[in-house]
Design a protein around this ligand. Sequence first.
Ligand code: PEP
Ligand code: MG
Length: 589
Amino acid sequence: MNPVKQGLSTSTRVFKGISASPGIAIGKAFVLEDVDLAVGRWQVPPEAVKAEVARFRLAVADTRREMLATQQKILKLLGKSHARLIEAYLLILDDPLISKDVVRNIMQNRVNAEFALSEAVAGAVKALESASDEYFRERRHDVLDVGRKILLHLLGHRPQTVEDLKEPSVVVAHNLTPSDTIHMRTNYAEGFATDIGGKTSHTAILANSLEIPAVVGLHEITRNVRPGDLIIVDGYTGTVIVNPLPDVVENYRREREVRLAERRDLERLRDQPAQTQDAHRLVLAANIDSPDEMKSVLSHGADGVGLYRTEYLYLNRSSLPTEEDHYAHYAKVAQSMLPHSVIIRTLDIGGDKLMDFGIGGITKSEPNPFLGLRGVRLCLKYPDIFRTQIRAILRASAMGKVKIMFPMISGVEEFCAARQVLRDVMSDLRREGVPFDEKLEVGLMIEVPSAALVVDFLAQEADFMSIGTNDLIQYTLAVDRINEEVAHLYEPLHASILRLIAQTIKAGHDAGKWVGMCGEMAGDPEATPILIGLGLDEFSVSPALIPKVKKTIRDLRFSECQALAQEIMKNPTRETISKTLRQIKNRAF
Ligand code: PEP
Ligand code: MG
């Protein structure tokens, strides 16, 4: 992307990328050299071919040692599930396809190991590039990273790394690997900016967990920054400013102070209830992907876990998780959340989340993965996988307050079929004398429009419902949730969405059931007054958003939110919504 000139000064340039982790970093640029995989080719004499293969194998072994050391470091700092990111690298390193290709090329064509390696990596990257699935396309960066690491060992070259930082700096790189990112915690990195990467890249996931401001996907940032340039990384807006003028730096410093003060203020609400000014109490819970996030859930004062996405247990590994793998994770979360409850959602693999190994057709690219074998559909087709997970969830229910929730339910029959599997597993456990909570609540997600349209029937069957707006919006408005081209059409406050939400809450309440929301809309302060007014009982948001949502709730009045919701539902156009929301915002309580 070309820099957007802001008329600041000739040397000041502003770049727009993807915000990967919030926060503001200001400092001198530390530019990491990019290792070019395009190496020279030379002929190896016949008698040296064996030694060349051995040289390649040694470089692979050295790379493995280095990766295992990084894995240990991640394990210590962030725990098991993040350490598994390195497993994805190890899988690539051990992929016989790449090493076989390299060895064959050296033996047959008598080429140097560096060249054979760069050819094999280029071939694998090309194959991944043409994959129709975004998850696989993203993996090409991992293959390139692994290729570079082996190459460095072959060349005996050690480029600068984040570990070489001697003073607080902002790291600028073509790409960062999870191992680079993990070193930032213990070094002087204030933030980072990279040419490539998306919101779902491993590096972005780690940056968020480590709370390091980061902007990725800047295309040409490495070409536009010299080492030592002053640089600002604004992780809130995805902006990077190179060589800013002093007053711009001053403004950003002030903004950083304000944000930090805000955060400290918000943190004081930790032990306060999520309740409106007129004492309407709500449940404010957290969304998590792994037990490692429990520290953050507890420190932000969540009223429970409203969505435990379990599919991350299945990613970055070469086989299915066992019942014990599941149980260890679920029991830990359930115990640490006591006296509050944890809603464990059964597997929602498929769509944009794919396993590294095959079950049915889902590692092959489906023509429309979001309309394919996803969530409960896959579980009902492969009942053994479903039963293993349900057994573990039920066993964990003896260790804390656990609720189970089924994703991607499209109608009553599907919910009843899932519930029947649950009943069968319960009978097995009873027979085996394995303890579990007989009264465990069984819920479902309202995220497929057909479910929202028959929600009155579903509300009779389920113990609770949680609205998954990420998918509900995608499917109702026909807007792919990961396609940037149509992102402007992704409208949480669209009249159709508000209707479906209102209908779901009403149907739930008419049947005497509670209704929550665990899609991103639940964490959007603009939507909070309407959602409260429509009667939503529970908000489940990412842990870092809890203080902000709590503050929004505590500034509102339930009676006013109800009046506002009524007004909006009479004429839910963008204009009425904005006008009514502005009114409530400006009202002094
Ligand atoms: C949703 O669809 O809103 C949801 C919470 O589920 P996920 O984002 O995991 O699809
Ligand atoms: Mg969903």
